[in-house]
Design a protein around this ligand. Sequence first.
Ligand SMILES: [Zn+2]
Length: 311
Amino acid sequence: MTPSTAPARVTGWRITGLFWDEHEPCLVASHPDRADRSLPLPRGQELRLALTGPRACVGLWDQRQGRRLCERPLPAGTNSQCPACAEQDRGKQLARDAYVDERTYLLYLAWFGPELVKVGMTAAERGRARLLEQGALWSVTLAQGPLTAVREAERAIRRAALATEQVRLTRKLTALERLDEAARDQAGDDLSRVRERALQSGLLDRVQVLSDQVQDHTAVFSLTVPTPLAPFHHRLDPAAPLEGARLVGQVRAVWGRVLIVDLPGRPEPLVADARLLSGYRLGPAPTAPHALPTRAHTPDTGETHDQIGLF
Ligand SMILES: [Zn+2]
């Protein structure tokens, strides 16, 4: 290990992520000696965050031990764990078949936009938290069973090209900008079609098929049609370091792990991937000297323009 990647002494409060329970998103900060603190993010919540650096790994979390901060340095970006912690992360181990547990899993379809249907799985005890973390607008639960059988069905659906296993955030955002009145019917039609084809093809034969209704998650995100993104907004620059920056505004909506924030004196909202905030230490907002680096985004063209220092 080189000196530059060695963990520093853990001090102060550090943002460790935006998390959902069944109904509400929270921004969570962790401290080496104290219980985690959660800032609920309902519509209208005032934000006054000052980010100090250097950005560092958020460490590991499990139900038994809670958060174990790590502090190895990390560059700006959506990745919030160092390679050593990512290797030990239980969720990532499950994703790469390096770990199996005895819980019951649900197989679901998540709808993000026309022809954008994802197949995925989540532990049944997590309820719809996994769907909300991803920003699924509508969803349907297909089946339940042990991890290995559900994983097998998930992969069979992907191999049959009925749904994808991953939808990138940029594609989800593009679809969200175009959400219109017809989306509800389209989502129901798309999800029902994929479910029927999976059943008819025998892809769910080894799991317990469920006959759940399509679930609508748009209200829990505080989303309206047309969406709060249109016609113009700003995005947090994913490559820019945020240390020394402040985030001051009012929550308009939280969609998945994306914060949509009204900025003081600005008609257009800021769309911020909250993963970019993870790993920074928190200080009092008035002391932060810099504005967040953001880019103006025009939905019609998909172009972004450098426009640093909007607030
Ligand atoms: Zn780490």
